[in-house]
Design a protein. Structure first.
Lengths: 115, 113
C-alpha cells in the first residue's frame, strides 16, 4: 500500500482562525479523499480532491469552509476555515490507486482541537 | 492518543478467544466491502476486503463473511490477542459508480490478557 503522511499531526487553534492540513503520498495515486472523524464517531467523507480541478464535496460540506487543493498526483491540502469548537475532530486523508485500484488507504490523521 | 471509541458499542473478550464483530450495511447496490482497524491515535488500517460475488474470504487469523440477503457483514478474529484491541469499522462501496466509501458506526474490541 502507499505510504501516506499528514502534517501537522495535531494542533490546538483559536476560534476564528484557519488551519491548513497537508497530505503527502509516496507514489502517484488516482484519487485522494478527505474525511472527518468527530470524537467517538465514525468517518464522514468531506470531499474528493481532484487533480487539476475543483474538489467534489459531499452533502453538508462546502468549499468556503473546507477549501481543498490538489496540485499534483502525490499531494493535497485541506483548509479548515473560520474554525469553531464544533470543528474539533480528526481529519484524515485517504488514497485510492497506486498498487491497488479498489481499496482506500488512510493517513495517520490530524487531530484538531479548537478552543 | 485521543480515543475514537467513546460512544461506540464494545465487545470484550479474553485473550485466546475468537471474536466476531458484526456490521449491517445499508445500500443493496454496494458490491465491495472493507474492514478497517483503528488503534487509538492512528488512522484506519486495512484488514481485509470482500467483493459481492463471494460470501467468505480468509486472511491471516481473520475471516470476513458476507450475507447479501440480509445485508450483513461480519469479521471473525481467531485467537484474539491484546494487540487486536482497537475500533473496527466496516465500509461499503459500489465499484461500478463513484468510488466513495460509506463507513459503519464502528465497534470497539477490548481484549483482556
Amino acid at each position: 500500500s502507499a505510504v501516506i503522511s499528514q502534517k501537522p499531526s495535531r494542533d490546538i487553534c483559536q476560534r476564528g482562525t484557519s488551519l491548513t492540513i497537508q497530505c503527502q503520498v509516496d507514489s502517484q495515486v488516482t484519487m485522494m479523499f478527505w474525511y472527518r472523524q468527530q470524537p467517538g464517531q465514525s468517518l464522514t467523507l468531506i470531499a474528493t480532491a481532484n487533480q487539476g480541478s475543483e474538489a467534489t464535496y459531499e452533502s453538508g460540506f462546502v468549499i468556503d469552509k473546507f477549501p481543498i487543493s490538489r496540485p499534483n498526483l502525490t499531494f493535497s491540502t485541506l483548509t479548515v476555515s473560520n474554525m469553531s469548537p464544533e470543528d474539533s475532530s480528526i481529519y484524515l486523508c485517504s488514497v485510492l490507486g497506486g498498487r491497488t485500484t479498489d481499496t482506500q488507504y488512510f493517513g495517520p490523521g490530524t487531530r484538531l482541537t479548537v478552543l | 492518543g485521543e480515543s475514537v471509541g467513546l460512544h461506540l458499542p464494545t465487545l470484550s473478550v479474553q485473550e485466546g478467544d475468537n471474536s466476531i464483530i458484526n456490521c449491517a450495511y445499508s445500500n443493496s447496490a454496494s458490491d465491495y466491502f472493507i474492514w478497517y482497524k483503528q488503534e487509538s491515535g492512528k488512522g484506519p488500517q486495512f484488514i481485509i476486503d470482500i467483493r459481492s460475488n463471494m460470501d467468505k474470504r480468509q486472511g491471516q487469523r481473520v475471516t470476513v463473511l458476507l450475507n447479501k440477503t440480509v445485508k450483513h457483514l461480519s469479521l471473525q478474529i481467531a485467537a484474539t490477542q491484546p494487540g487486536d484491541s482497537a475500533v473496527y469499522f466496516c465500509a461499503e462501496n459500489s465499484l461500478s459508480g463513484y468510488s466513495t466509501l460509506t463507513f459503519g458506526k464502528g465497534t470497539m474490541l477490548l481484549v483482556s490478557p
